[in-house]
Design a protein around this ligand. Structure first.
Ligand SMILES: Nc1ncnc2c1ncn2[C@@H]1O[C@H](COP(=O)(O)OP(=O)(O)OP(=O)(O)O)[C@@H](O)[C@H]1O
Ligand SMILES: [Mg+2]
Length: 380
């Protein structure tokens, strides 16, 4: 099951920053749509049918028609499935095949009749046009990307009022399940750093290798999926946005994302930059190192927000040994622990200009990964 089942009655579309603050304080569901601008033009052109949405939403959200080159277009290789194929693959979407549930619908495991290929099939809730926009953006974005750290979109299905996205099956599920579920001890230091480095490389591809570059906007533990041998891939590109180009410093957009991961300047102004993703990455890395959730209402007021808790403590290097996930039982190289915390801290700097570029984050994490922990070389 998904770690954070979502229901539409908790979705709050807010009209101004003050309301955002109020909701932030009363947080109880991580995925919420926020509206930082008065401009609701994006909502006015929702269409019921898929074809209408494709034209209005894709051209607006991803701006594919104008800016994606022919080479990128040729990469699009996702296939259109028949509903009957997916019904067969999932045994009529039986609950036994349910992998989890997120903000936009349930995800089922499936097996293709012809090839035996395993799939994960996301069945979008039929209500709510927000899901339609995400469906189209995700389909378009994933058809264009091609990287070992980004989950592959195998295909899609739009039939009989149903919208389904078909992904490669990631056998070990989401990082969230491992980090905060019962299997926490399985995630040793080396695996955690391999996951962080892989996520950074996926992000680097979106920021620096894609043309046009893409801001991911939804980096968090539940969107990091794990394959065999804990191979990490980023998933869920429904919120992805084409980044600023030319002399533009940011993209102005509605504030969307997940509480606890959202960069403060983006939450307050709706001005989205690549550095917003870097902030989310810093939160994600802190979560991996500490085993704490980005927001945890069960903790005391001072410890509920991971960044607010970690920032002051990290001023004193000695604190890192009290902040690291106790589930690691002291099994990590001390120098790497310090470097990992330092990397996370610089990513969550209040001022976006002080946050590093993703290529620097990749370098830092690759170095940490190269310093493998072994009990022999690092006695406790
Ligand atoms: N390709 C996949 N392979 C295996 N399991 C998957 C796959 N995609 C999703 N899942 C499972 O389904 C769950 C729900 O995914 P989904 O993306 O819908 O929601 P979420 O990430 O928990 O929340 P949100 O809606 O905020 O993204 C995931 O946590 C994961 O366990
Ligand atoms: Mg997700």
């Amino acid at each position: 099951m998904g770690c954070f089942p979502w229901s539409r009655d908790v979705t709050k579309r807010l009209k101004n920053k003050m309301e955002y603050k109020a909701l932030d304080q009363n947080y109880d569901h991580p995925r919420t749509t926020l509206d930082a601008s008065e401009d609701s033009s994006e909502d006015t052109d929702k269409k019921e049918d898929y074809g209408g949405v494709e034209q209005s939403v894709v051209s607006k959200e991803l701006d594919c028609n104008r800016r994606v080159g022919d080479d990128d277009r040729k990469k699009g290789k996702s296939k259109s499935f028949k509903l009957s194929e997916l019904l067969h693959a999932t045994e009529n979407f039986s609950m036994e095949n349910l992998l989890g549930e997120g903000g936009f619908g349930k995800v089922f495991k499936g097996k293709l009749k012809e090839t035996g290929e395993l799939l994960a099939i996301k069945k979008l809730d039929s209500d709510g046009s927000q899901g339609i926009r995400e469906f189209v953006v995700e389909m378009m974005t994933l058809s264009l990307v091609d990287h070992p750290n980004l989950v592959k979109l195998v295909g899609y299905c739009v039939e009989a009022g149903q919208k389904l996205l078909v992904y490669e099956y990631m056998s070990l599920g989401s990082l969230e399940g491992h980090l905060h579920g019962p299997n926490r001890k399985g995630l040793d230091w080396n695996i955690r750093m391999k996951i962080a480095a892989g996520a950074a490389r996926g992000l680097e591809y979106l920021h620096d290798k894609m043309n046009p570059p893409i801001i991911y906007r939804d980096l968090k533990c539940s969107n990091l999926l794990l394959g065999e041998d804990y191979h990490p891939k980023l998933s869920d590109f429904g919120l992805a946005k084409v980044g600023p180009t030319g002399n533009n410093t940011h993209v102005s957009t509605r504030v969307m994302g997940t509480y606890g991961y959202c960069a403060p300047e983006y939450a307050m102004t709706g001005q989205l930059t690549f550095k917003s993703d870097i902030y989310s990455f810093g939160v994600f890395l802190l979560e991996i190192i500490t085993g704490r959730r980005a927001i945890d209402k069960r903790k005391s007021a001072k410890e509920q927000n991971l960044v607010a808790w970690a920032r002051p403590l990290l001023k004193n290097r000695e604190n890192i040994y009290h902040m690291v996930d106790p589930a690691l039982q002291g099994r990590y190289p001390a120098k790497s622990l310090y470097k990992a915390f330092a990397t996370a801290l610089i990513c969550v700097q209040e001022q976006p200009s002080k946050r590093p570029r993703v290529s620097d984050v990749v370098k830092a994490l690759d170095h940490i990964v190269s310093q493998t922990y072994t009990p022999q070389s690092h006695p406790s």
